[in-house]
Design a protein around this ligand. Structure first.
Ligand SMILES: Nc1ncnc2c1ncn2[C@@H]1O[C@H](COP(=O)(O)OP(=O)(O)OP(=O)(O)O)[C@@H](O)[C@H]1O
Ligand SMILES: [Mg+2]
Length: 331
């Protein structure tokens, strides 16, 4: 389960060590409903007896505490120039691949880049970056230290906080909100040019909370061209509009395929679906990343497409997209 920091400066503590959290694990349905606790929840580390305190070990911050937490979050976010929230209504379309490749490409251009993985049930950022199974975040002065995956790239993901990466997570919305807040506000991100936030599929608690906590985030939507993906992605664009989020645009992933034998490009019939969706929704079409077998195999081994030799079609497309982001936002 999650490693909590802050109880003792410089010392991470596993939830397994906390009797209150063990009770929570044993009875996951004891989480408060969204109406009873909000974002300002904290794990109790004081070891209060569970018959006097709520068994869930969550408590609501009093107003003043909540204000302080908000100020802390604003101060951390104020040191990050551009926040890019990568999302999609559909699973498996390449959100994590887009997040990882753009973050690596921009970090290699010399930008101080952060990558936060808020996918709690299927975090794949550490794997895609080749962060070893044994690497865990440290805690210093009650702050979580993100893992330095590259010279200019800091990474945080639940996977590098968990004692056991194979542990299943059963958390409801309020807990997730508290954790996302901590991953942002209680971590030593420092000054960043770009923060990428990778998300799980859909429009759930994680998305709602990220957009509430980072209202100036640029949302980058990912879709494949198939009709089943487009239908769900259309909903997620409507969700972003309802939330009055800043939609940076949509990226088509795996929209074409270069034949390794003849070198010709194979384009599926649904090719223009993402472009058409962008047109109908009135958002920018940012470009297309081809399906690439070499990139897929390299990703499995923890090597992003942008790190493959020049000429790799997916890598080249990710580089072009990173260049576009740099030009559009910071140029
Ligand atoms: N352009 C591409 N070419 C080849 N393989 C790709 C490409 N983009 C993504 N993949 C592969 O597709 C799989 C799914 O990608 P990824 O994990 O990035 O999707 P996701 O949208 O983040 O999934 P989830 O919804 O589970 O979080 C991975 O194995 C990844 O390596
Ligand atoms: Mg993913």
């Amino acid at each position: 389960m999650l490693i909590w920091w802050g109880a003792t400066a410089g010392k991470a503590m596993s939830i397994r060590d906390d009797p209150a959290m063990r009770a929570e694990e044993a009875a996951p349905l004891s989480c408060p409903s969204p109406g009873t606790a909000g974002e300002g929840v904290r794990f109790s580390m004081s070891g209060e007896s569970s018959d006097r305190k709520p068994r869930s070990s969550l408590r609501q911050l009093p107003q003043a505490g909540r204000r302080r937490e908000d100020e802390k979050l604003s101060a951390v976010l104020g040191r990050m120039r551009y926040k890019i929230f990568v999302m999609s209504g559909k699973g498996g379309v390449g959100k994590s691949s887009v997040s990882v490749n753009l973050a690596v490409a921009l970090s290699e251009m010399g930008f101080r880049t952060g990558l936060l993985d808020v996918d709690m049930h299927g975090p794949s950022v550490p794997h895609l970056l080749g962060i070893s199974e044994n690497i865990r975040s440290r805690v210093e002065n009650s702050l979580l230290i993100p893992v330095r995956a590259r010279e200019n790239l800091l990474v945080l993901s639940l996977d590098i906080l968990l004692q056991d990466r194979e542990q299943a997570i059963i958390w409801r919305g309020p807990k997730k909100a508290g954790i996302i807040r901590q991953l942002l506000a209680d971590a030593a991100w420092g000054d960043l040019d770009f923060l990428f936030v990778d998300s799980p599929p859909g429009t759930g608690d994680e998305h709602l909370n990220v957009l509430r906590m980072i209202p100036d985030a640029f949302c980058l939507v990912v879709s494949t061209p198939q009709a089943v993906a487009l239908a769900d992605v259309r909903k997620s664009i409507n969700f972003l509009k309802l939330m009055r989020a800043k939609i940076f645009g949509i990226v088509e992933n795996m929209g074409s395929f270069r034949c390794p034998h003849c070198g010709g490009t194979i384009v599926p019939p649904a090719r223009d679906g993402v472009r058409e969706l962008a047109r109908q929704a009135g958002i920018s079409f940012l470009g297309s990343i081809p399906f690439d077998g070499e990139a897929a195999m390299a990703a499995d081994k923890g090597r992003p497409a942008v790190s493959l030799p020049q000429g790799n079609p997916a890598g080249a497309a990710f580089h072009a997209l990173a260049e576009y982001i740099k030009e559009t936002l910071s140029g």
